[in-house]
Each structure stands twice: as structure tokens, then as C-alpha cells.
Ligand binder design. Sequence first.
Ligand SMILES: Nc1nc2c(c(=O)[nH]1)N[C@H]1C(S)=C(S)[C@@H](COP(=O)(O)O)O[C@H]1N2
Ligand SMILES: [Mo]
Length: 506
Amino acid sequence: MLSKGRTRIDGLLGLVAVGGGLALSQFFASLKSNLNAPVVSIGNRVIDHVPERVKEFAIRSFGVNDKQALVITIYLVVLILAVVIGHLYFSGKKSRATSTVALMTLIGATSAFFDASSDVLSLLPSLVSGGTTLWILRLLKSRATATDVEEGRLNRRELLKTVGFIAAGSAGAVFVGNFFHTHASAQLKRLNIVLPKALKFLPPPPKDPALTTPGLSKLFTPNNEFYRIDTAIIVPNINIDTWRLRIDGMVDNPTEFTYKELTDRPVFQLDDTIACVSNEVGGNLVGNARWLGIRLDDLIKEASPSGSADQVMGHSVDGFTAGFPLAALDGRDAMIAIGMNGEPLPIDHGFPARIIVPGLYGYVSATKWLTRIELTRFDRAQGYWIPRGWSAQAPIKTSSRIDTPAIGSSVKSGNRAIAGVAWAPTRGISKVEVRVDNDPWRTATLGPALAKTTWRQWWIDWDAKPGTRTITVRATDGKGELQSSRSVPVVPDGAEGWHTVDVTVR
Ligand SMILES: Nc1nc2c(c(=O)[nH]1)N[C@H]1C(S)=C(S)[C@@H](COP(=O)(O)O)O[C@H]1N2
Ligand SMILES: [Mo]
């Protein structure tokens, strides 16, 4: 009886000790923007080294919550270890408990060492965490055995008081840390930004066909519904007062801009659909926005690249890189975006600045939290995803998607719309065709053509007859080329194939 109670409490004490350590380390991590809590650093290393298959599985099963799933998994492992540590420590296997804590600390510190822009201080959160855990364990032990050592009974009152103090202290540390974090925070500054006026405004968007076709994607994807893909567990929190954008590498005239210098330059608007190379046929890792930004070709011209440079590499403050051909700056409206759908760039989408190159997948172009543009060569430098098995060259493939009826849905027979979106930046979309079962292809009505860089909504009337129906869509780009029907996986340069949905008509 006694030993059972003891056992349960031992695990709890381990949790309190490890939790207290993590809380204090999180406090330290919030003091400087390049520091991360140990769990975050460990997560960063998992993301960097996880095999492609596992990553794809995670994106497929957790979608954009894949990183939350990872953090939760790491916390679960830590939780189990904490319980084990508690048992070991309070059942006299103190040295084993200590080694486990030391090992965890070592893993945390090693992980932090490889974080982007790490320095000696980066080891601090892990060391604080481990040290605090050991200290709390000792404290709890002395409280637990202050009386009645012989019977091995806990001095419950003393112990609970101490546990209470530690829990309160931990919560306080996390709270104060978060307070620091938000007050130095990008979010507050971002809210006060007044975006510059574009030299020439694009016309206000036409009436959105999605308003009258339920289920159809909106013409512009609202920022809070826009897909998010990146390697960041914690989104970089950039202080625009100290932020700089450098343009350097193989250039004769390296340049550097403050946020104000950059945004004082002429800005323009661009309607552009961006897509992730990991988007499966029919997937939703694609979105359309009205971006506001500064011409990238001008900035690069001013830096005067050397004749042998052939790659433009964006560097994020978090270490991510994406490179694309210098030759892609062929007059298309590539930009350093500072605004998205009328707002300063949202933090999740790269505040304060990111690159947008129409027609290229995000992983080779759309560096968020941009801080440096390096002119280099493809035979010298590779962006983040290239050594991980993805193609160095990645133009967006012509794609089309059925939004409604949804895959696997059951719909009433009779008249309804089949509708969706199709995109082929920068070639544009000239035709979308729809087929039901083995009926002849029918040409869909196309929605507004904002630009050749954006997707086009499409729809077609359908007299749905009862039974199981298979609907297929295919698009033709602005050059008259039909979308590839061959089924190709997302690796290494984007999925191919016609989107097909099966629906039940009642
Ligand atoms: N700093 C940084 N920028 C990044 C990435 C990243 O992991 N880190 N991912 C890229 C990828 S793979 C894509 S598809 C786009 C997604 O942009 P979004 O999250 O704004 O939709 O950002 C790109 N820019
Ligand atoms: Mo992506």
C-alpha cells in the first residue's frame, strides 16, 4: 500500500523537477531572439534530419499541424522520461537519475548548438534546464525526508508546499518570459506599420464568383486561411528596428537596407498564386494573394552581380535558404513582399519581408523572414531542400482542382455546380475541362483573369444522376499545353496528374 502511494508520488516529483527545469529554460530562451527552449531545438534537429518519407507522412496526416504534432511527441517522451527520473531518484538510484538528466541536457545543448544564428548563449537554456531539474530533485528529497526517514514516509505537508512553490515559480517564469517575448515583439510593431502606397494600384478585384458558388475557393485566399509551410517550430519574431536586408555574395556592390529604406522605395502590387511542391494532386497547399512589394530585379541590378553568378539565394533569419536562377528575373514581377492582401506581411508568412517569384514553387523561391539575398552559383550552393532530394529547378506545374463536390461526399441528384480552381503561373490558364464518368469532356466557365500569375476559378453546371460518379478535371495553360495526365508523386519537383473525385449522388 505504502509503496504504491510512494511510487505514484515519485513519478509526480520527477515531473515537477523536469517541468520546473523546462519552465526556467523557456524563460531564458525568451530573453534573446536567437535562443530556443530545448524542446524547440530538438524539434528543429528532427525536422532537419527526418527522412523525406516521414516528413511527407507527417504533412499528409497532420497537414499544417505537423510541427505541433512533433512538439507534442517530444513533450510526451520528456514526460515519460521525467516519470522514470522521479522513480530512479527517489528509489535510491540517484546516479542513474542524474545520468538521465545529464543525457537529456546534452541532447538539448547539442541540438541548440546547431540552431540558426546560435552562439555560446544558445547552450544556456538546456544547461539551465538540466541544472534546475537536479536542484529541484535534491530539494524535494530533502523535504521528503525531513522527518520520518526511518519509515521512509513522506513528510507530505512540507513536500506539497515545496511542490506548490515550484509549480507557481514555473508558471511565473513562463508567464514573465512570454511577456518579454511579446513586448519586444514583432506582432506589436507590425500592427503599427502603415504600408506605403503603391505607385500604380491594381484595379479593385471583381466580384468573387465564390460568393455565389458554395464550396468554391475564394478568388483571394484570406491571410488567416492561407496555407503555411515552413521548417519553423517557433515563427521568427523579428524586430524591424534592428532587422536588415543584405544583398551580397558575387556582386560588385553589396547593399544593405533597413526596413524603412526598403519600404521607402517604389512599391507595386502583384496578384500571384503561390504553391508548395509538396501539394498532392487536389491538395490545398496553394493560395492566391495580392502582394505588395519592391521589385527584386532592380535591387539585384543595383548590387551589380558578377557575370558568373547564376543563382539568387534567399536566406531566412532561421537558417532556411531557397535558391532560383538569376535568369528567372526575366522581367516577371518578382518582388520582396512586405504586404499581403492589404496587410503588413503576417508573421506566419514571413514578416517583415519575403521573396515572391511568380511561377516558382515556394521551396526554391519564397524565402520568408528574409534577411539576406546572396548571389551565387548552382555549382557552389544549394538551398535547404535540395540536398534532401528535391530538384534544384522547380517551376510550378499546370494544375487544377475540384473544390466542389468534395471528394467522397454524398450529394442530392439534380442540378448543381462542379467548381474549382486551376493555376499555371506565369503562363495563365486558357481552358478547363470536366468529365463525369466516361461522358465527353465539357469546357468549364472560367472566372476572372486577374493575371497570368494567378489561379482561375472555374465552374460548370451538372445534372447529377443517382449513383456513384467519378468527376475528373484537367486544365490547359496559356500556351495551349494540356496538363499532364501521368500520375507523378510530389518528389522531386511537384505532383502531376488529373484530379479525380468520387461522389455519391442520392
Ligand atoms: N524561412 C522559410 N521560408 C520558407 C520556407 C521555410 O521553411 N522557411 N518554406 C518555403 C516553402 S516550402 C513554401 S511552399 C512557402 C510557403 O509560404 P507560406 O507559408 O506563406 O504559404 O514558403 C517558403 N519559404
Ligand atoms: Mo513548399
